[in-house]
Design a protein. Structure first.
Ligand SMILES: NC(=O)c1ccc[n+]([C@@H]2O[C@H](COP(=O)([O-])OP(=O)(O)OC[C@H]3O[C@@H](n4cnc5c(N)ncnc54)[C@H](OP(=O)(O)O)[C@@H]3O)[C@@H](O)[C@H]2O)c1
Length: 266
């Protein structure tokens, strides 16, 4: 009897919050073989090692959840951000083309300047105002312009309730520790659960959606302050939260970067 050959899905960035969420849910999709790669097998700073990993695993789908995600650190070392989020992605596109793999790559609401007051769609022109956003825009353009089979999913204010270091978990930890909570009220966006993102990616693969650019985000629009209030309410906790303004001299972040998501559902 011939062994059945399942398509392989490779997920990079397996130690990150999105990578861990894929691992958590992978058993729901047993029709695929799943391979999770950490930094050793998928080093963005040594793309030739990524080429070797892809040649060895030969994935039908490469879900790239690895990225340099520290917005403030990107501002102090923009060349590093560009190398990891831009140049390495351009090379990844080439490797995926060579392997005939479908590349699924993630980008961010921070490619927008935040001057709009209604949700950004895939048609709106990106104009990043910080180094992280610029480097992510470079990566998404590499995929959209050169991948033979490629998706870019822009998402925003990502959090996993169970994994990683993120706003959701930080607010809860501080509230539990009785620490004072001061949260900015002048940045507006669409907080998005990694669960939502994983479900959308799997729908995209299985449908499949046409290759291209998609926004995937949860529906509610919040400031960080109102999101903090929601988190405490959701977890049945009470704590005082003081709304504040973005401090002068902070890394520039879009004032408004909610993502409109109608394209993915049409
Ligand atoms: N977090 C957000 O609010 C947000 C918002 C919009 C879009 N996104 C995008 O969503 C995607 C997933 O983000 P996330 O929040 O899950 O990120 P994360 O939790 O910060 O995880 C990042 C992953 O990338 C890996 N990584 C970092 N530098 C690397 C390098 N030089 N070589 C190889 N791997 C490296 C990390 O590995 P180590 O554990 O070894 O460091 C980790 O596994 C990213 O493309 C991000 O830009 C995130």
């Amino acid at each position: 009897m011939e062994a059945s050959i399942k398509p392989t899905i490779l997920v990079s960035g397996a130690t990150g919050q999105l990578g861990k969420t894929f691992q958590h849910f992978a058993s729901q999709w047993k029709q695929y073989d799943w391979v999770f790669c950490q930094r050793n097998d998928f080093p963005l700073d040594r793309p030739q090692e990524i080429a070797k990993t892809l040649a060895r695993i030969h994935p039908a789908y490469c879900i790239n959840a690895a990225a340099f995600t520290q917005v403030d650190a990107a501002e102090t070392d923009p060349e590093l951000a560009q190398r990891l989020n831009g140049d390495a992605v351009a090379q990844l596109v080439q490797f995926c083309n060579e392997q005939n793999s479908t590349l699924i790559h993630f980008s961010t609401d921070y490619v927008f300047d935040g001057q709009q007051s209604h949700p950004y769609t895939e048609e709106d022109t990106p104009k990043p105002i910080n180094a992280y956003g610029k480097s992510k825009l470079s990566g998404e353009q590499a995929v959209l312009n050169h991948a033979h089979k490629g998706y870019v999913i822009r998402t925003s204010w990502l959090y996993a309730k169970a994994f990683g270091k993120n706003f959701y978990r930080t607010i809860l930890q501080k509230a539990k520790a009785g620490e004072p909570l001061q949260v900015v009220d002048d940045q507006i966006g669409t907080p998005t659960s990694t669960d939502t993102l994983v479900a959308a990616v799997m729908e995209m693969i299985q449908t499949p959606w046409p290759y291209g650019l998609y926004h995937v985000a949860d529906e509610e629009v919040h400031s960080w302050y109102s999101f903090a209030q929601k988190i405490l309410q959701e977890e049945g906790m009470t704590a005082q939260i003081q709304p504040t303004s973005t401090p002068t001299g902070a890394t520039p972040r879009p004032r408004f970067s909610a993502l409109g998501t109608t394209k993915k559902s049409t």
